[in-house]
Design a protein around this ligand. Sequence first.
Ligand SMILES: *Cc1c(COP(=O)(O)O)cnc(C)c1O
Length: 394
Amino acid sequence: MNATAPGAVIGSVMGEPSATGRFGQFGGRYVPESLVPACAALEAAFRDAWADPAFHERLARLRSEFAGRPTALTPALNLSAQLGVTLLLKREDLAHTGSHKINNVLGQALLAQRMGKTHLIAETGAGQHGVATATAAALFGMRATVYMGERDIARQQLNVFRMELLGAEVIPVTSGSRTLKDATNEAMRAWVAAVDEAHFCLGSVGGPHPYPWLVRELQRVIGEEARAQVPATPDVVVACVGGGSNAAGTFAGFVDTPARLIGVEAAGGAAMTDGRPGVVHGYRSLVLQDDDGQVLEAESIAAGLDYPGVGPEHAHLGTTGRAEYRTVTDGEVLDAVRRLARSEGIICALESAHAVAWVLRAAGTPDLPTGSTVLLTLSGRGDKDMATLAGEVR
Ligand SMILES: *Cc1c(COP(=O)(O)O)cnc(C)c1O
């Protein structure tokens, strides 16, 4: 049950990071002095909880009784026949609140409660992480404050309403590109100001140590369930990458197999492809930046992938060659949403459609030869994207 099994080798692939929170040359803890004790306390609480069978038991119960796990593994029979590959979908869209975000948030809320915190602060892009945080706060009787860029508020109205209905306070962020990057800055600032009673409930595998490790371990359930559900080791494991949490959780279940691991980014937010080493939001990774090191704005039709950084472990997996990264365009993504909907009866999130779009493009090419078996993590459902899709897809 323990995600990092006792005795796991430190520094092994997708095991524990170094003592300073490094995955190779990436990761670390680049935070203001005032946050160092909070990060250290969170790391200590996580180590303690992760070694406690009672914590794992509570988390397992929440996953099954509240979040609806294990999620299904669905063979995409029609697309498979059309494409000449065997496509298996890991259905995180079926998890409570509509995406994989709930896996991370339930674990962090349990940790926050264990640390005596009463307030969850979160950043959100498409709003899925905000909704998951608001949901956990309601369940645990905690206060929730969610920072969201003004531009994302405008394109994800449904999720704003869901958060408010759940009792969370949604704070519009008007700085910069008014998207996830800016919301993350504001949420970290709010954490500094309320660090005694508040837990910063970070939504992906970025941020200062221990977040990239903590969030990957909480998302590992995706990969471990899928590993038990697939009839045989797939040739390729693919997931979309924004910050990289659904991909990291999926990859963790297969990193010790011969499966190729492929992360798919938005062409307008491709830190793995276009980024250079730099520091953003408390960690060192590959970051979209200009020649002066100024962080650039990302641009994607999927609010959840509109982010200039990427989790440090992905930077490490990419640099060492264990995982590969691809990009797809907004146009390919819209086609993929429609094709999956019409051939399988599943309307996926714009983010998840990035992974589908890569399979559609690559099937039958040397990148994904005919006859391959592909496990694809469908990170979320498309309800939140209906307004965007209504204007683009007919
Ligand atoms: C948040 C989100 C993503 C991007 O986040 P990762 O950390 O890269 O997983 C992808 N898909 C959906 C449905 C999301 O809500």
